[in-house]
Structure formats: structure tokens, C-alpha cells
Write a protein that binds this ligand. Sequence first.
Ligand SMILES: [Zn+2]
Length: 413
Amino acid sequence: MHLLLICFILVSVATTGFELALRVRQVAYVARHRGAVPPDFADKVGLEEHQRAADYERARQRLGMAASLFGLLVALVWACVGYDAVFGWIQEMVPHGLSRSVLFLVAVSAMSGVLALPFDILRIFGVEERFGFNRTSPGAFALDKLKSAALSLGISVPLLYGVLWLMQRPGPWWVWAWLGLVLLMLALMEAYPRWIAPWFNRFTPLEGPLRARIEGLMHRCGFEASGLFVMDASRRSSHGNAYFSGLGRSKRIVLFDTLIASNSEIELEAVLAHELGHFKLNHIVIGLVQTSATLFLAFFAIGWLCKQSWLLPSFGITQKDPALALAVCVLVVQMAAPIVGIVRNWVSRRHEYQADDFARRMVGAEPLASALVRLSRDSANTLTNDKLYALVNFSHPPLPMRVQRLRQAAMSD
Ligand SMILES: [Zn+2]
């Protein structure tokens, strides 16, 4: 067996082992603290709610463990025999050319998608259903999946044709591929709120006194958006949220109907001030730059790896095709994903604190704190998290830390 394949296997096993160990720590920590609500939240969260959150966390972690073990198995099978076998089948049916390469990559990603499907089904119709969060039916779920598959085919097939064509030209193809992907990302940010999101949900303009209140807030923050919408999130799940989407003229603020149903007006205003904070503090642009830079490094590595004659033989692959090289490169480059994820989460948590701070200055600490506590309680998020687990996995700071920070800052105001 070649050194690179051994290295890939070792890194994959180690990464999954680390992930599992963190999940075990999290489950143990939550179980240890299941008996009592943390004192700071004793007046807001009942013991029964606290224990339900602990049980929900345990159920999610168990499913997560099964999914990551299975994911490891799938990655190893792809690397050791899968790519070679699938390419062999396609080679027998389709003559040499760009279409054969594209078909191979589409087949691989479709198979990976189908293999991940049982875990999605278990999550929604098992765990989410058991804890009362699921609102979707098997039919609606299947329709959602079909729509997503059609959408990703529509976007990825032309992209793959372009990238594989570029790979056969002289010169640094990966720079053009990277540039194309970044432009596509920008175009999708513009297109998503207008054309893609309405395919999955209904968006109705926000009306009534809440609208006037939020427009007042937007005015105070010096923000112009082309829309303020309510999304019928309740058709899929009862988890509440709000988000900000789009760039330029299509930018809009979206509130989940589930969020509106359970929060007071001032709390909603605080949640929106947090979202506006992300915009005002340039977090959207920083995120874009961060993603583009990460992609640049990934493409640089792929561009170099693809040229190496030892790449495919080192994975035991006897055939030669740019699509095979691309698939193997992605496996190799993905080994760095856990490190990238940790850095991204760290940056994201800093941004969350900054947006909280913005909301505190605009609306006040208490409304935001109480909305965050309610959101977390209603979604059965546990208040007790293992520190190391949170450090690696959380894109948002744990709720107790956010609330503590808000209150401390309010006291020194
Ligand atoms: Zn945020």
C-alpha cells in the first residue's frame, strides 16, 4: 500500500476518533449535569425542560456518532476501491470524453448523497419527531430532497464541465476554477433570496405594528433592505430563527413564523438588531473573504496534486482521467477540513459576541438575553456543554456565556 493512502487512512481514523471522543465527553457532561438547572437560569427554565434538553442532546449525539462512523467507512471505501470501481463501470458504458468525466463525478456524489440519506431520515423522523420538533411529512421530505437534488445538478453539471475543460488546457487551470467558483458564490448570494429560497418556503412581507417597530430599528442602525419577510418555517420544524440574506439590492431580513409566535415585540427587535449587527460590522463580507481564501488554498493544493503522476497509483487507481484525479484530490485536501472548521468556529463565535454587543447598544441587554434564553429553551438546547466540545464544534458561544457577557456589559454601561 502506498504511503499517501496509508496517511489518508490514518488521518481519517484519527479525525473520526477525535470527533467521537468529543461527543462522548459531551454526552457524559450533559448526563452529569442533568439533575439540576444551572443557578443563573433557575427562574427561566424548569427542571423538566432542562432534562428534556439533556435527553435531546444525548439522542442527537448518538445519531451523530453513528453517522460519523458510517461516514468514515464510506470515505475509506471510496478511497480504497470505490472510485476505481465506479469509474470502471462508467468507462464500459460511456465513451472517452468530458461527459464521461462529469458523469463519474455526478454518480459519486449521488451515491454519497443516497448513503447519507438514512441518517437524515432518522434525524427528522426519529429524533426530531420524538422530541416534538418535526412538522414535515415523508412526502414533503421526499419532495424537498428531489428539489435540492435538481438544484445541485443544475448548478454543478455546468460547473464540472467548465472545470474539467479548464483542466485539459495549458496554464494554471485552478486559478480560473477558483475565480469561477467565487463568482458563482456571489451570484448565488444574490439569487438565493429571490429565486431559490421561494422554491422551498413561502415568504410574506411582514405587516402590522411589528413592521413599524423594526423599520424604526433599521432606520436607527442606518440600514436599508429591500425587504422584511416572514418565512413559513413551521411547515418543517418548530425551531425558531431569524436570518439575513442576499447582497446588494436583494438583501433582506427573514423572520421565522415560529420565532414571531413565541417572542414579544421588543425581543424580536433585539434578535433583529443582532442580525443587523452582523451586517453593520461587515461579518458577511469577512465571511466571504474567509471562504474565498480557504478555497484559494484548497484549489492551489488541488492544482499541484493533480499534476503529480504518483497521485492516482498511490490510491491503487490504474485508470487515468481528470475526474478521477479531481475526486482523489478532494479526498486528500479534505483532510485539512477539521482544522479549518475549528478556526472558522472561533472567528464565528467572536462575531456572535460582537453582534450581541451591537444589539445591546441598539435595543438593550435584557430583551436580547431573554429572547436568547427562550429560543434556546424552546429548541431544547442544553445549557450545560463540555468546554472542549464547544470549543471545537460551536459556531455560536454557549448560551450561558452570551447571557453573562451581555449582563456584565450592561452593568458597566
Ligand atoms: Zn448571529
